[in-house]
Design a binder for this molecule. Structure first.
Ligand SMILES: NC(=O)c1ccc[n+]([C@@H]2O[C@H](COP(=O)([O-])OP(=O)(O)OC[C@H]3O[C@@H](n4cnc5c(N)ncnc54)[C@H](O)[C@@H]3O)[C@@H](O)[C@H]2O)c1
Length: 704
């Protein structure tokens, strides 16, 4: 049982004790109701205090129980709350640190609440595509007022207890303790006070459910709320459902409102959007765990960082560490390059200061942590050195040999290469165990994804250190094995190839972009190419033409580059651009070029449906993703989803390519692949469903 029971004189204390945040799993729920029964049966006990051990009152549902039948097993949270409400002895919730989700709903079922200052109070269910399901939407408006409660429920964001305690007319907290340390003493004293009051005919025990719930503007206010929330929550049904549930609290009797909340909660539970968000929540936590690297692996201290190259990537990478208060030394070949790089960093920070996102003194603090040098000697004390020089193995060789000569023993040597073999790079040193890939995405100070590339010799403590450091610099780190393109770019290669074949067969760039953007991608492949620079892919294809001469491509992208249409930076790409603007204007010249290319191939164009476009683009990611799992490049399907959600703009409400394929059903996905394989203008060999997919289909399983 994960709740303790103790009697302090005439007050019983029930302490939830389920680390790390006293999740309300079955054993905690049983612990609370058992404690309650004991307290009610003991004539010496006059009042009860409910609290949480350690770092939380309660963080709500136990994530270990997500999706398991245990979550619904009796006593479920609703019945625990009913039992608290029915108690004939006053119950005081002593909340502190974290009081969220089911934890807050539990506190709202108590007769009184005493809060420690600094408590984070939230109903974050909306972040999982749900609404609170144990009375939160019905009780919170009764104690906080409709508007404040709706704001908390729709945003899912925490608010501090001391702010809430100051809200006019609030009934959420009966008392704010002087400090977290004095909370228990104050809660015990408060419990004795109310016990005495009620013992002397002080009337019924107060229940939140009995408080009135109204809004003076009623319908008009809720219409306004729906307009606001609907506009901001495209693709996600839960936020609007929060409004509906809170409105029900103002219109229906309490028990009917509670039933309405339950009905909405259960309906949302089976939506694909909620499934996607819950998957994301779990996958994000799982990504930081590496199967053969124990969580208690000792890490190396990273107090200073060196960055080689102050170009597009080096500058952004440096900003991540400066933002986290870690000193950085940037090394370049020439002073001009140093100056250019530092000027870009300054410009980025100044833009943030202008927008009010960064205070001037913080900006200065960060810049004071930055040093530059032209000499490798100045990197000799760095704990981590990240190389971000030109993407040529020969250049990397020189850099890593020099690093090997100067870096201190135990320093981690990382490369930001996007395509080169990390094992070869490691072999340029005498210490391959200290070499790892840290593949940031552009702009490196903004993009959340960090692919951590594990070489065959990379030491476990190096991996553990980099994963921990990633958290510190607020990145989502995913481990990838060594292969061309790692997880993300290896998959995007197949997606781009499909985009090219679609043009050859009859689609236009704008049709392809629109179809996949409607599916939810922020940008289609052609608008994306114009933004990133079509020349990057051109260079990669030229290299691949030597390494993989059999790989089939549409030649349209090469032809576009031969015309100098590299994208926005050259004022023209797949689309035309007006000077100073980023709007993509369909280009007649490009349409003509594509038509001529079709003629050369002897293809009669056909009308291609948006559905086919989306399936070919997304399922190409899925098939390559499955090969990546088979090859052991990614250790779990969720890792691939995290890469696509945080680095490639895959729509959040679809949960990532592998999750989406599981939702569609792998049988259906495999059948579509076989259909595409019969298309003479596509790549039949590629569309053979990966053995892993075939195996899962045969077993009736999915990636999850
Ligand atoms: N640009 C991207 O979108 C992106 C994304 C992920 C990874 N990468 C990888 O990051 C690396 C850098 O790419 P970038 O876009 O920043 O290139 P860049 O051309 O903008 O910058 C490279 C910088 O390295 C400096 N440099 C070159 N050789 C050097 C040496 N021997 N010693 C010190 N400095 C040297 C150059 O002066 C230049 O400032 C490449 O490996 C690239 O594949 C790039």
């Amino acid at each position: 049982m994960t709740a303790e029971y103790k009697v302090h004189g005439d007050v019983a204390v029930i302490t939830m004790s389920n680390p790390p945040v006293n999740g309300l799993g079955l054993s905690t729920r049983v612990g609370i109701t058992d404690g309650l029964s004991k307290a009610l049966a003991d004539a010496a006990v006059k009042a009860i205090v409910l609290t949480g051990a350690g770092k939380a009152f309660s963080g709500g549902a136990d994530i270990k129980e997500f999706g398991s039948p245990k979550a619904l097993q009796d006593p479920n949270l609703l019945s625990v709350i009913l039992a608290l409400e029915a108690s004939t002895k006053p119950i005081v919730a002593a909340v502190h640190s974290i009081c969220m989700g089911g934890g807050l709903e539990l506190a709202l079922g108590c007769h009184y609440r005493v809060a420690a200052p600094g408590t984070s109070v939230a109903l974050p269910e909306v972040k999982l595509g749900l609404i609170p399901g144990a009375g939160g939407t019905q009780r919170l408006p009764r104690v906080l007022g409709v508007e404040a409660a709706l704001n908390l429920i729709v945003s899912g964001q925490p608010v501090k207890s001391e702010l809430l305690a100051k809200a006019p007319g609030q009934k959420l907290f009966d008392k704010l303790a002087a400090s977290p340390e004095s909370l228990m003493d104050e809660a015990l004293a408060f419990a004795r006070e109310v016990a005495a009051k009620h013992g002397q005919g002080g009337g019924d025990l107060p229940l939140v459910r009995n408080l009135p719930c109204r809004h003076p503007q009623g319908d008009a206010y809720f219409q306004f709320a729906r307009n606001m929330v609907g506009g901001m929550s495209k693709n996600f049904p839960a936020p609007l459902k929060c409004v509906e549930a809170v409105q029900a609290a103002t219109q229906l009797k309490f028990d009917l409102g509670l039933a309405k909340e339950r009905e909405i909660f259960l309906a949302l539970m089976v939506t694909p959007e909620s499934a996607a968000l819950r998957h994301l929540f779990m996958a994000e936590r799982a990504a930081s765990k590496i199967p053969d690297v124990p969580e208690d692996t000792p890490v190396r201290a990273i107090k200073t960082v060196g960055v080689i190259g102050a170009g597009t990537m080096g500058g952004g990478i440096s900003m991540n560490f400066l933002n986290a208060g870690i000193p950085v030394t940037i090394l370049e070949m020439k002073q001009e390059a140093v100056d250019r790089g530092v000027a870009t960093i300054r410009k980025n920070y100044e833009a943030q200061v202008k927008k009010g996102k960064l205070k001037q003194d913080k900006y200065e603090e960060r810049m004071a942590l930055l040093k530059t040098t032209l000499s490798y000697d100045d990197l000799k004390d760095c704990d981590l050195i990240i190389e971000a020089v030109f993407e040529e193995l020969g250049v990397k060789e020189k850099v890593f040999k020099q690093l090997d000569a100067v870096a201190k023993q135990g320093a981690i040597l990382a490369s930001n290469t996007s395509t080169l073999d990390v094992d070869k790079i490691a072999a340029f040193t005498q210490r391959p165990q200290d070499v790892v890939g840290m593949h940031f995405f552009s702009p490196a100070n903004v993009m959340k994804l960090l692919e951590v590339v594990r070489g065959k010799a990379t030491a476990k403590d190096v991996l553990a250190t980099v994963m921990q450091l990633a958290k510190k610099i607020k990145k989502t780190a995913v481990v990838s094995g060594v292969c061309d393109g790692f997880i993300g770019n290896r998959m995007i290669e197949q997606y781009s190839r499909q985009a090219g074949f679609l043009l050859d067969e009859g689609a236009t760039p704008q049709q392809v972009d629109k179809a996949i953007e409607k599916f939810g991608f922020a940008m289609g492949p052609f608008r994306m190419g114009d933004l990133a620079g079509n020349d990057i892919g051109w260079a990669i294809r030229k290299r691949r033409a030597v390494e993989q001469p059999d790989m089939k491509y549409s030649r349209t992208a090469d032809k576009l580059c031969e015309l100098g249409r590299f994208g926005q930076k050259t004022g023209a790409g797949w689309y035309d651009y007006q000077a100073g603007k980023r709007d993509a204007i369909p280009s007649e010249l490009v349409d003509k070029m594509i038509e001529e290319h079709r003629k050369e191939l002897g293809i009669t164009p056909r009308k291609i449906s948006d559905e086919e476009i989306v399936q070919r683009l997304v399922f190409s990611l899925v098939n390559e993703g499955a090969h990546i799992l088979e090859d052991g490049i990614a250790s779990k399907a969720g890792d691939i989803d995290m890469v696509y959600l945080t680095g490639y703009g895959f729509p959040m409400h679809r949960g990532g390519p592998m999750h989406y394929a599981s939702q569609v059903g792998l049988y259906n996905v495999a059948e579509a692949m076989k259909r595409f394989a019969r298309n003479p203008h596509d790549d039949a060999k590629f569309w053979e469903p990966a053995p892993l997919i075939q195996k899962l289909v045969a077993e009736g399983k999915s990636f999850s």
